[in-house]
Design a protein around this ligand. Structure first.
Ligand SMILES: [Zn+2]
Ligand SMILES: [Zn+2]
Length: 238
């Protein structure tokens, strides 16, 4: 965190250096990024990503959409529009926050986007099947996504029973945990561990971790065997 001198923010362990939460899902011929955080540009540069076929959005909070402008580099090299997938709530925010990219008369060089409105119906991008799952971020409905045996839930503190059923059977589950103390819109460590036990998923990673959770090494050692803290650059093969 900017201006913070806590032991996590001043740690020399690379795993304590966390950019904003986002994932890239890749098959043989398709690459999808979930959310364009304020760190999107740096994340794409760092991972040397050459092509992205589509962007999925979970919800309209700034830490999940702010980096969208930088998709224009992909437009430039591919010569194609970037396909973006969002529900109507997020779509409204994107049109407001990036009005210049949706204007009738566009300034040259603005991101070139093709907006696809999604609901809770399953859909596919290339050879990747996607099942949206609705989770709650205090009062805001947020989209989580299941890709085959892999499920990604960010920014939630509650999941309705019906939607939990969609997560069951996942082999790998990534879910947000902010800190040990409870929070109005994010799972705490204890709440997330309870959820994971309830869903009985073999491999779990926690993401969207705040500096308030503690040092990576310390927390990792306290977790049940099948649960780990995610870290920047983590690659999972499913
Ligand atoms: Zn949020
Ligand atoms: Zn967030």
């Amino acid at each position: 965190m900017i201006a913070c001198g806590c032991e996590v923010c001043t740690s020399t362990d690379k795993k304590d250096k966390r950019l904003r939460p986002s994932i890239m899902v890749q098959s043989k011929n398709t690459t999808i990024v979930v959310d364009t955080t304020p760190d999107f540009r740096f994340q794409m540069l760092w991972e040397k990503v050459k092509n992205v076929d589509a962007i999925l959005f979970t919800h309209p909070h700034k830490d999940h959409i702010a980096g969208l402008d930088d998709v224009r580099a992909f437009n430039f090299f591919s010569g194609k529009k970037m396909e973006i997938y969002a529900n109507s709530l997020t779509e409204e925010a994107l049109k407001r926050e990036f009005s210049y990219a949706f204007a009738d008369k566009k300034y040259p060089g603005v991101p070139d986007l093709n907006l696809n409105t999604i609901t809770l119906d399953s859909f596919s991008i290339g050879d990747i099947g996607i099942m949206p799952i609705q989770v709650w971020h205090m009062k805001m409905p947020v989209l989580a996504f299941r890709f085959g045996k892999f499920t990604y839930v960010t920014d939630a503190n509650r999941i309705d029973d019906e939607e939990k059923e969609k997560i069951r059977g996942s082999q790998v589950f990534v879910v947000n945990v902010l800190r040990k103390q409870s929070h109005v819109s994010h799972f705490s460590l204890g709440e997330a561990i309870d959820l994971v036990k309830e869903l009985n998923i073999p491999t779990v990673y926690f993401t969207h971790i705040s500096h308030q959770l503690g040092l990576h090494q310390t927390i990792e050692a306290e977790l049940p065997e099948n649960i780990h803290l995610a870290y920047d650059g983590l690659t999972i093969t499913v």
